[in-house]
Design a protein around this ligand. Structure first.
Ligand code: MN
Ligand code: MN
Length: 395
């Protein structure tokens, strides 16, 4: 799994007419042919045709249910030196951490479920964007942060270090959560890697996640956005929220958000103006002074009818197609510094519905980056424009 596999399967010889017909003259099961009469594959192989040549597929092209689970069967590359050596454009990172949830647990199983929620393998083709993302970009799965249970401070430190390590190679991290508290260390790491440049955040969520604390806990999954603004990782005016609804936060928290210059777009605004117009405003607002965008997708922004597998569901949310379109639109228009997709709780999911939406959020972002790369733009941080390289490459 450590080497990027070739994209075309090796084709063996066409099966011959002996298919599934015993080659032995006897149909009697008691007749045991000797190995010497059938060559290296053995007597039973010769008897049933199992010694014929068949197509053999590499790890990348095999169905996704075969073999170890990586995102889209991509190579598992955890060594930052190798990420640098391969000039990796995008790296999937798992943050299997849910110690900070206030209601339903289970998001620790999110990264694995999101990786598994894909049934196409190999050199896939985006019908939405007319691009084959894995042909255009170098994408790998960088594995998970070094998480153990019930050590939330350690867990956040490990997520920070892992994301910083990946982002430090120039690869764009796409982090699979995990509860939403992981955005605190993850976006902090991306902000650190981008210094002296600055990041804005576009945050999809039913909830603002700007609480001062949760029952006295400062690191809870209801507070990461406040911690990011307090620390200066992102300015309030470059923090834009989309999809808020329901019965939280209370007025005093909204007042704090206003004081920070934060901007938010309620679901009611999307209902009235349509998602497209609202997303375009969010892009303009987030880029108001910031160099690049960190995109944080809490899957509970989607209506729980489509995405039930989440910690704090709130009825009345986006359609999956609205979210996927928004991800394509945002990543196509801004410089993406990093991304996370959080709050997928597989124990509450049905038929992998929530995990699939999360999986496609990552794929849509990767595909939108691939379109930019094809147009001659660098995708890696600090990467050179690829126009020259592309013309030199035979395609
Ligand atoms: Mn959230
Ligand atoms: Mn939420």
């Amino acid at each position: 799994m450590s080497k990027r596999p070739p994209r075309t399967p090796r084709i063996g010889t066409v099966p011959d007419a002996r298919a599934l017909r015993p080659s032995s003259p006897s149909q009697d099961p008691a007749h045991r042919p000797s190995s010497t009469e059938s060559g290296r594959a053995g007597a039973f192989a010769g008897m049933w045709g199992w010694d014929r040549e068949f197509d053999v597929y590499d790890d990348f092209d095999l169905p996704t249910y075969v073999g170890p689970t990586t995102f889209s069967n991509l190579p598992w590359v955890t060594d930052p030196a190798e990420l640098t050596a391969r000039s990796v454009d995008v790296a999937i990172v798992g943050a299997p951490f849910d110690d900070m949830v206030t209601h339903r647990p289970g998001a620790r199983f999110g990264p694995r479920a999101i990786r598994e929620a894909q049934n196409s393998s190999g050199s896939i083709n985006s019908l939405q964007l007319d691009v084959r993302p894995f042909d255009e970009l170098t994408v790998v799965d960088s594995g998970d942060a070094n998480i153990v249970p019930a050590r939330f401070d350690r867990g956040h430190a490990m997520i920070y270090r892992k994301v910083l390590e990946v982002a430090g190679t120039g690869a764009i991290p796409i982090v699979l959560g995990g509860d939403h508290s992981i955005t605190w260390p993850s976006a902090s790491a991306v902000a650190e890697a981008r210094r002296p440049g600055t990041i804005g955040i576009v945050h999809f969520d039913a909830h603002a996640d700007t609480a001062p604390d949760s029952y006295g806990q400062l690191a809870g999954h209801g507070s990461p956005m406040r911690r990011l603004i307090e620390s200066g990782a992102v300015l309030g005016k470059n923090f834009v929220q989309v999809g808020l609804r329901g019965y939280w936060p209370p007025v005093d928290v909204l007042e704090w958000m206003n004081e920070q210059g934060m901007r938010w777009h309620l679901m009611t605004e999307i209902e009235e103006r349509g998602a497209e117009a609202v997303i375009d405003d969010a892009i303009t607002e987030a880029l108001d002074g910031a160099d690049a965008i960190y995109l944080s997708v809490d899957i509970d922004v989607v209506d729980p009818g489509s995405a039930p597998g989440t910690g704090t569901p709130e009825p009345g949310g986006l359609l999956p197609r609205e979210l996927l379109r928004a991800v394509r639109r945002i990543v196509g228009k801004v410089e993406l510094a990093g991304m996370d997709i959080v709050e997928v709780s597989p124990p509450y999911d049905w038929a992998e519905s929530t995990a699939m939406i999360a999986n496609r959020c990552a794929l849509e972002a990767i595909s939108a980056l691939a379109v930019k790369h094809r147009a001659g733009n660098a995708v890696r941080f600090g990467g050179c424009p690829v126009r020259g390289r592309r013309t030199a490459r035979a395609r």
